[in-house]
Design a protein around this ligand. Structure first.
Ligand SMILES: [Zn+2]
Length: 203
């Protein structure tokens, strides 16, 4: 059981994932006050951004004939076709309104390669290219992480699984997470996977 994690990791708290955004996560705005409160007590705060170039390969719009929510192969990997979201430099890619940015020590961008998506904050979906997060955490001596953010069933899930694989102790507070739930139950199944990976998940 982690009492205070060495670092707080905020996953993709960006405008496009807020209600009304391009890829709205239901209740996504409710995690902002949770994040602000946790940042006050955190030793280190790292915030990730989904940070796609225009026309990113994960966008349905980049593939004639695909609809949002379809599954297809992108560079040999299963990929969900998403609406255009979190395009670098756009308002939708900015940190969400109300988030206290003054407490963020480090920003890690992911999803910058047009040919592969990146749900995990550590690696792209092919597990090939590191984002620099692991190197940063090692540099600051962090061994334990608290992870919150969006969305439970995608970027939080894969970030937590990679963190466990890399040997970090991980605590996830569901008060600071919300799921996309493309399929009902996805968030609950994600929590089961995190627990199986020996992450501590609290309500
Ligand atoms: Zn994305």
């Amino acid at each position: 059981m982690i009492v205070t994690a060495d670092a707080l990791l905020l996953v993709d708290l960006q405008q496009d994932f807020m209600p009304g955004g391009a890829l709205a996560v239901p209740g996504g705005d409710q995690v902002v006050p949770v994040a602000n409160a946790k940042m006050k007590a955190a030793k280190h705060v790292v915030a990730t951004r989904d940070w796609h170039p225009p026309g990113h390969g994960s966008f349905a719009s980049a593939h004639p004939g695909l609809s949002i929510g379809d599954t297809f192969q992108l560079s040999g990997l299963d990929q969900v076709a998403w609406p255009d979201h979190c395009v670098q430099g756009t308002a939708g890619a900015e940190f969400c309104a109300g988030l206290d940015r003054s407490r963020i020590d480090k920003i890690v961008d992911k999803g910058t390669d047009p040919k592969v998506d990146s749900y995990s904050a550590f690696f792209d979906n092919g597990g090939q290219n590191p984002t620099g997060l692991d190197a940063h955490l090692k540099a600051i001596g962090a061994r334990s992480l608290e992870v919150i953010g969006l969305a439970t069933d995608y970027c939080v899930l894969f970030t937590v699984l990679d963190a466990r694989r890399l040997g970090y102790a991980v605590r996830v507070d569901l008060a600071g997470c919300r799921g996309v739930e493309l399929n009902p139950g996805d968030a609950e199944r994600a929590v089961e996977q995190m627990r199986r990976a020996a992450a501590t998940v609290v309500q």
